[in-house]
Design a binder for this molecule. Structure first.
Ligand code: HEM
Length: 221
């Protein structure tokens, strides 16, 4: 091999290593955030304690179904993106994919009931309208992921799964965005919550779209 070709291939290998390390770091951050949210906000509902459910006590079955679905989606999602595992164990990928989709349905459907019980002090109908839209967009993105893989369109399937998981992550975003200084000190609690509940899924979804289209136009060029 010529020295110039050697340098070029060392550069490509270096860039590849950097990309792998960045992706790994991103996944570690995603998993840590998800586990933080699950441990702090989700698991306590399994105690079936009335004081923890508060206003949702009369609707506890809806909420518990929602949380079981949300947990399934949050925890099965990362397996869908692990390409090494997908190559080595396709049937595992398919089963975790089915569990992920079941989780989306179990989490999204109770939303249409739960939103009616959000009081104005927690954002009321304005926050509720965001959550209903989020549930619909989440169901639609997951359905598109399923449809594309049934049609054998692997690349399109991957893109819809990315959108779907970004949306699954919205509830985790709501929690940690509320602690950001820009939100933590702005307006009333209801105003802050409403802003976060709208921005916490629309902004990540838009950024995801920019990245997906950037990659697509890059490939086309
Ligand atoms: C992404 C679509 C989702 C939508 C539209 C949605 C919607 C809702 C709604 C309407 C409520 C009741 C009202 C409220 O407390 O604000 C709620 C509560 C809750 N959801 Fe979700 N949710 C989603 C995803 C998730 C996920 C993935 C989890 C993960 C486990 C989750 C966990 C919870 C928990 C623990 C509560 C209890 C109340 C609280 O701590 O705020 N949700 N969700």
């Amino acid at each position: 091999m010529y020295p110039q070709t050697q340098t070029a291939s060392a550069g490509t290998a270096g860039r590849q290593l950097l990309k792998t390390a960045a992706i790994l770091l991103l996944w570690v951050a995603i998993l840590l955030l998800a586990l933080w949210f699950i441990q702090r906000d989700a698991l306590r509902y399994f105690s079936m304690d009335e004081t923890i459910f508060g206003r949702f006590w009369a609707h506890r079955l809806w909420l518990v179904t929602h949380i079981v679905g949300g947990l399934l989606a949050l925890l099965m999602g990362p397996f869908q993106f692990w390409s090494g595992l997908r190559r080595r164990a396709l049937s595992f990928h398919r089963w975790t994919g089915r569990l992920y989709l079941a989780g989306v349905v179990l989490a999204a459907v109770p939303t249409f009931h739960l939103v009616f019980y959000i009081p104005p002090s927690d954002g009321g109908w304005v926050a509720g309208s965001s959550l209903v839209t989020l549930a619909l967009v989440w169901l639609a993105s997951s359905a598109m992921a399923l449809r594309s893989i049934l049609n054998g369109q692997v690349e399109i399937h991957k893109e819809w799964m990315i959108r779907s998981y970004v949306l699954a992550f919205s509830f985790v975003n709501f929690r940690w965005w509320m602690d950001w200084p820009v939100f933590a000190n702005a307006g009333t609690f209801a105003e802050r919550l409403t802003a976060v509940v709208w921005l916490g899924w629309t902004v990540p979804l838009f950024l995801t779209e920019v990245i997906l289209q950037w990659r697509r136009t890059g490939r086309m060029a």
